[in-house]
Design a protein around this ligand. Sequence first.
Ligand code: UD1
Ligand code: UDP
Length: 361
Amino acid sequence: MGALVQHITGARPNFPKAAPVIRALTELGVEQRLVHTGQHYDEKMSDVFFRQLGLPRPDVDLGVGSGTHARQTAAIMTGLEDLVMAERPALLIVYGDVNSTVAAALVAAKLGIPLAHVEAGLRSFDMTMPEEVNRLVTDRLSDLLLCTSADAVAHLGNEGVHPAKIHLVGNPMIDTLLANLDRFDAEAARAGHGLSDRYVVATLHRPGNVDDPADAAELVKAIHSVADQAEMVLPLHPRGRAKLQEAGLFDHPALRIIDPLGYIEFMGLVRGAAAVVTDSGGVQEETTILGVPCLTLRPNTERPVTITHGTNQLVTRQNLPQVASAVLSRGRAESWSVPPLWDGRAGERIAAIVADQLARF
Ligand code: UD1
Ligand code: UDP
């Protein structure tokens, strides 16, 4: 086809979203380069996803590492600008709502390179979340807005985005989940972590939960009250580790704090869980497909479809113990609905739209 597409990834949630898009574009014979910004760099936050999801090795690793928002975003922009000027891709593709996403969007816009945003249009309407800022800016600068749900399409329409730019494609994160479903061995994961039949998985990393010591202390209290009711395992994101440890998180006999897990091991644990307690975006979606009750420790969600169609509900640090008790005694539902087009074929739809766009350049 001749026209070069560059994928910009950098943080853990980017990798399962990019994998099916890259695969589908490869099948169409599109020339591609994969860029890793280096926003996440620990083996368990990055490399393990490349190995487990069969992602190609990044062609370029900018190696930016951690920093304040401005420093990290600026470092990504500086590194990427040189690369984009040298390679002049026909299209840049960005994923989700992390700093790597918005940094790449700004570089593309300033250099006049067309931009596609996978997971466009999600809105929490909470401007205290760094991700909401990243989503708004990225969508404003995008030429192709690829949406996972109808509410996202509606938000973009309300913001005045031309309908021709917006496409409802489904959820590539769910493509990855469905493609790997046979590898999620709940029993092996349970036994491997020495858990009994009924256990809860937790993940926590949002600044609103873990950054402030007073929030962290309240959070620890709430998590411990769930651990009073059922064994828990918490693969802890590096962001919250120090604050949560100081707040006493590690001091409960029924709560296992472990390092972040590889994707296949993590999803194995989630698959067999009685419930999940989380503040992750991706986990709200994955539990929706697996039918695992999800208690989301946030005041809002940009993924309301996981509540209307899925197994998700919002909880506070105050009501988590009561809600967990009700969910654990009710057990998992026998059947549940899933959002439209979360069917494992979003990558193919995105690739078809991208190829069509490339043919017009
Ligand atoms: C980022 C995203 C967030 C996403 C999360 C997924 C932004 C603004 N936030 O948050 O939307 O939900 O990733 O996991 O982009 N660290 C390590 N090792 C690593 C990476 C980070 O130890 O490999 C530590 C560093 O101390 C770093 C901190 O984690 O300062 C935060 O990392 P950062 O990438 O800035 O934000 P996340 O909290 O990971
Ligand atoms: N995940 C994983 N191991 C873990 C925790 C999470 O493989 O220990 C996966 C899971 O598929 C999740 C994805 O990483 O959906 C991104 O999660 P994260 O919570 O970091 O990011 P968010 O979706 O909140 O931006």
